[in-house]
Design a protein around this ligand. Structure first.
Ligand code: SF4
Length: 438
């Protein structure tokens, strides 16, 4: 029988640190690691440190030194890990250092230095976990929470400030998904462009390769897997421009989901949105110069408190000029706890509905026009399903699952979900394309 890898664990500090230790130990046991009480019996030692007062710092540093001397393979976590380079300055040979409450990071470091055991009798789930999406695409969440404070939104209250997942952990998950047959990775978060800002873009590691915790580094690395990579919730910050050449080179899907919400400067300010419509238009023009095929999707809110007829017209003018490929539009409604609830001048419900209908009617003509330009083109599409009548329901690079349109292919033949196929486009309406497989 295969020997289970064994971990020694030293837990120092206050009850909060103890809870962190319990969580890490629980996860390690659940993954099949053995926990042993001596340095000699351990393959690797985790030391959870305290950094509260000088005596606790000294005790933690001593414990790390002892574990290194007795065992040699040591991962440090806890409050002392958050104090700059204190640990590495004295003990440069430790394998990894994390701050407190960093169960995921500790697990990732353990996996990197002592591979997790695989036991088919214990592993009740496949390595990629249980997915609610079809086998051929998967969402890849790169961070949690948000540092913005948009007036209509309570996400930061519910999920806290931005916390980016370590880049090595995200790429490991992506690799596992691709190995399991996933053909399309959908990168999601509340604010994808901000990835890594909370971690000060620190350098992480993936397969021994140093990579900055930054969206551009992450996207470039994901582009190496040879599957479709689609980016959602990307705010148009300047560094996003550098992603567009990767799209033009075919390393990322030429698709950006950019939630803009409005175009009137007055309303954007009232919404506390991090954007400016004129800059956005210039940026869109530049993206299209760099990558003419790029598909742009956005969402907008109409009827935000204080929105005048002039503000709404400004939004329509923006849409006419931006010619986005896909647009979602919501009528503003208050969310319990949101700052916008206290704003004056609410917009009448009937006016909201009428504005929403006008916006969607304008966008329908724009979307239909953009789809019509694809007639006669040959596109690569990914099959999502084959219907009983023999029609394949597929998507092109411009279509995200669930939210965008699809490409219908008659006479699917032997196609099945997850197949890539070349298709000639013969028709279009305002949402979908119609074609035949080549
Ligand atoms: S709308 Fe998006 S960017 Fe704004 S606070 Fe909510 S999650 Fe953050």
């Amino acid at each position: 029988m295969k020997r289970e890898p064994k971990i020694g664990f030293v837990s120092l500090g206050c009850p909060k640190a103890l809870v962190d230790s319990e969580q890490i130990l629980t996860r390690l046991r659940a993954e099949g690691y053995g926990i042993v009480p001596s340095y000699a019996a351990a393959d690797l030692v985790v030391v959870n440190t305290c950094g509260f007062i000088d005596a606790a710092v000294a005790e933690s540093l001593d414990a790390i030194g002892e574990a290194l001397a007795e065992n040699g393979k040591v991962i440090v976590t806890g409050c002392l890990g958050a104090k700059g380079n204190v640990v590495r300055d004295l003990h440069p040979s430790v394998l990894a250092v994390t701050g407190p409450h960093a169960c995921q990071e500790v697990l990732a470091a353990v996996h990197a230095h002592l591979p997790r055991p695989h036991d088919p009798f214990q592993d009740l789930v496949p390595p990629q976990g249980i997915k609610l999406t079809p086998r051929h695409y998967a969402y890849l969440k790169i961070s949690e929470g948000c540092n913005h404070r948009c007036a209509f939104c309570v996400i930061p209250q519910l999920r806290g400030d931005l916390i980016s997942r370590p880049i090595g952990e995200v790429l490991k998950e992506a690799e596992t998904l691709v190995r399991a047959g996933v053909k399309e990775l959908l990168v999601v978060s509340q604010d994808t462009s901000a990835y890594g800002a909370d971690a000060r873009y620190r350098t992480g590691f993936w397969n021994g390769r140093p990579l900055k915790t930054h969206l551009n580094a992450l996207a470039a690395a994901l582009g190496e897997f040879g599957v479709w990579v689609r980016l959602h919730y990307v705010y148009p910050y300047p560094h996003v421009d550098a992603l567009v050449p990767l799209m033009a080179e075919g390393r990322l899907l030429p698709y950006l989901d950019v939630p803009l919400q409005h175009a009137s400067p007055r309303i954007l300010k009232a919404m506390k949105r991090p954007a400016n419509a004129d800059d956005t238009l210039a940026r869109i023009r530049r993206w299209r110069e760099l990558c003419p095929d790029i598909a742009l999707r956005s969402t907008f809110i109409v009827g935000f408190p204080g929105e005048t007829a002039a503000d709404f017209e400004r939004l329509l003018e923006f849409l006419a000029e931006a010619e986005l490929d896909r647009v979602g539009c919501f009528s503003y409604s208050p969310v319990e706890g949101a700052a916008a609830n206290h704003l004056p001048d609410p917009v009448d419900d009937g006016v909201k509905r009428e504005r929403q209908a006008r916006l969607m009617a304008l966008q329908a003509t724009i979307s239909a026009g953009r789809l019509r330009r694809k007639i006669g083109q040959t596109l690569t599409v990914l099959v999502d399903a084959v219907r009983d009548d023999g029609t394949a329901v597929a998507r092109s690079a411009a279509d995200a699952p669930e939210i965008d349109g699809v490409v219908y292919l008659e006479k699917a033949g032997d196609l099945s979900a997850g197949d890539f196929v070349r298709a000639r486009i013969a028709g279009a309406d305002e949402h979908d394309l119609f074609g035949e497989r080549l």
